[in-house]
Design a protein around this ligand. Structure first.
Ligand code: ADP
Ligand code: MG
Length: 582
């Protein structure tokens, strides 16, 4: 460990030299209040910025035990501190100091969700921020004065204001910490109350616009109000406004139908449930929209690849003897893709499916009496969702929340029917049942056989090759919904519960990690995801980077769910699997 002055000396020595001279500053330096680790130095001013870590000993950071002993509180605290660092960077860092990324200082901050991320690590002995810094240059020559200003003025000020309890807004951090603990406490109560989701009264569900996840302004939004029939109380470990509980609507396990006129808020409600698998930042409006963590959005996704999925519960007797027990395609249709998405979700351990008519294949959802009369079942491979929805719950315990404004055929199937009327939910289960009695449909159930098992699959490790050209491992997130994996691009555009590009990056690396560590052609996807989930919960995402030495900036990761890792695995076009016997 060098003294901070050594860094200053090196910088002065390499002034005006070629950019490569910056490589010399790689190392560890002791500053008065923190340790600076320069782990990776970029090759030129346009390359990915250099990676640094700033470690503040806990004796100096003085984060109260109250905020970090409980793991959920710790996670909220970490997220809040990242946001404070981010805010200080914006206030203090001058940013543009030359060519390319010169002058940039950044930390990987989250959006509306609070997701454990690698950007900040809190242990009992230190707080460590993992950051990026663009080493300044004019053209390709080192600008020492600018670099000195970054390391010796901007960075220490940013750190001073954000990583020491005595300087940061303790109320802000406490709010995050207590809230995250509350969120998970509510999530835990869902099971014992036989619910799959909870939506607190006064939640603000609609978003600002189709391209912004910020809340709709409070004057425009109609706040959520639970119908009397669904009202439940959830205990809160940390009181909110002096109350130790919170009231709202409980969505029961089983089959829930959301009906209502177009533009009355059905999809908005479902989207809130999709995103309710994550906690949200205070002020988001969805803080206490809490969903079963194993709830998976299901949609049609034509064009996707499918590798040996047993889709027979939904699709059978395909033309030209195409095999539905081991269904493969490089270009799925709407209905086959939706069928595969469901089977794969169940295979991965989903406990609830979230389905919206807006993004479903019509012929997968309904086949009415008239169509049954015209097109004989013998020539219709599809068993529509309506004929399996009950069985999925009764046999596999998988609930469904379905938005369906277009067909009353589902009335019989539903345990709960919620009507959205001008954004206000009402329970209309009894009326729907009465109508189903009064207007008998001639539709016949088309379930051909009992759905007894889900045919599991074991991925083959040799099908995962992350190499590209000279690079042994080439994995990169290319935007929120695309991963480059070796020579392949994994298209995740329709995997809607990925909410953070650092999750996308983690998913790419997780595939490689899982393939190398646990895939053996025997373990099923479910077993692999169990192992991955346990590993990530225990170790965090730091270990995913295959190049990282123990004490180094790990790269920017945010924790993905098993369902999104499996979704990427299933969409990887190189995937080969062995199907298990039934
Ligand atoms: P549906 O699926 O029933 O057709 P959407 O959920 O797509 O309707 O909502 C239609 C519009 O209403 C959207 O622009 C949405 O932002 C807005 N909206 C939804 N819920 C609310 C609400 N609670 N308050 C105000 N506007 C809302
Ligand atoms: Mg809709």
């Amino acid at each position: 460990m060098e003294n901070q002055n050594s860094l200053r000396q090196i910088l002065r020595r390499i002034d005006k030299k070629g950019y490569k001279a910056y490589k010399e500053i790689k190392g560890q330096y002791r500053f008065p209040d923190f340790l600076l680790f320069i782990d990776h130095v970029q090759g030129d001013p346009f390359a990915a910025p250099s990676k640094i870590r700033v470690r503040v000993p806990m004796q100096k950071a003085e984060i109260p035990n109250d905020l970090i002993q409980h793991p959920h509180r710790r996670s909220g605290t970490a997220d809040a501190i990242i946001r404070i660092i981010h805010g200080e960077i914006r206030k203090i860092a001058r940013m543009r100091r030359g060519t390319g990324k010169s002058g940039l200082i950044s930390i990987d901050v989250g959006g509306q969700e609070i997701i454990p991320r690698s950007a900040l690590k809190i242990t009992d002995s230190f707080v460590e921020a993992r950051m990026e810094i663009g080493l300044p240059a004019r053209g390709r020559t080192v600008l020492s004065d600018e670099a000195e200003a970054m390391f010796f003025d901007e960075l220490p000020r940013i750190i001073q204001n954000s990583m020491f309890r005595k300087n940061f807004d303790q109320e802000f951090v406490t709010r995050f910490a207590y809230y995250v603990q509350n969120y998970f406490a509510v999530q835990k109560q869902l099971k014992s109350k036989n619910l799959i989701a909870f939506i607190a009264d006064r939640s603000v569900l609609p978003r600002e616009s189709g391209v912004s996840q910020k809340p709709m302004p409070i004057n425009d939004a109609v706040p959520f109000r639970s119908p009397r029939e669904l009202k439940v109380k959830m205990e809160l470990p940390n009181p909110v406004n002096g109350q130790t509980f919170i009231e709202g609507a409980g969505i029961p396990a089983g089959i829930t139908l959301i009906v209502g006129g177009g533009f009355h808020g059905k999809s908005t409600l479902l989207q809130a449930l999709e995103s309710g698998v994550y906690p949200h930042i205070p002020g988001d409006g969805r803080e206490y929209v809490v969903t079963n963590p194993a709830a998976v959005k299901i949609r049609a996704e034509d064009g996707r690849r499918i590798e040996k999925v047993d889709i027979r519960p939904f699709i059978n007797h395909l033309p030209r003897q195409k095999d539905a027990r081991s269904f493969c395609t490089d270009d799925a249709s709407g209905s086959t893709s939706q069928a595969a998405n469901i089977i794969e979700a169940l295979e991965t351990g989903a406990e609830a499916l979230l389905v919206d008519e807006d993004t479903s294949a019509t012929n997968f959802m309904i086949r009415d009496a008239r169509m049954q009369a015209l097109v004989h079942k013998q020539f219709e491979p599809i068993t529509p969702f309506i004929d399996r929805i009950r069985e999925m719950y009764d046999r596999f315990g998988v609930s469904t929340v379905l938005v369906m404004g277009g067909s009353g055929d589902y009335f019989q199937a539903a345990d709960t029917v919620i009507l959205m009327k001008e954004y206000v939910p009402q329970v209309v289960t009894e009326q729907a049942r009465a109508i189903a009695e009064q207007f008998k449909t001639e539709r016949r159930p088309e379930r051909e056989f009992e759905w007894k098992t889900i045919t599991e699959r074991a991925p083959l490790p040799q099908s995962f090759d992350a190499s590209k050209g000279k690079k042994e491992v080439k994995i990169e997130a290319r935007g929120l919904h695309s991963v480059q994996f070796g020579t392949h691009t994994i298209d995740l555009r329709q995997v809607e519960q990925i909410v953070d590009i650092s999750q996308t990056r983690a998913i790419g690396f997780a595939l490689h990690f899982i393939a190398r560590r646990w895939m053996d052609g025997q373990r099923t996807i479910r077993e692999l995801m169990d192992l991955a989930e346990t590993f990530l919960l225990k170790e965090g995402t730091d270990g995913l980077n295959p190049f990282r030495r123990d004490d180094e900036h790990p790269g920017n990761f945010a924790l993905p769910r098993r369902f999104e890792i499996a979704a990427a695995l299933n969409r990887y076009r190189g995937l080969k699997v062995r199907q298990k016997e039934e």
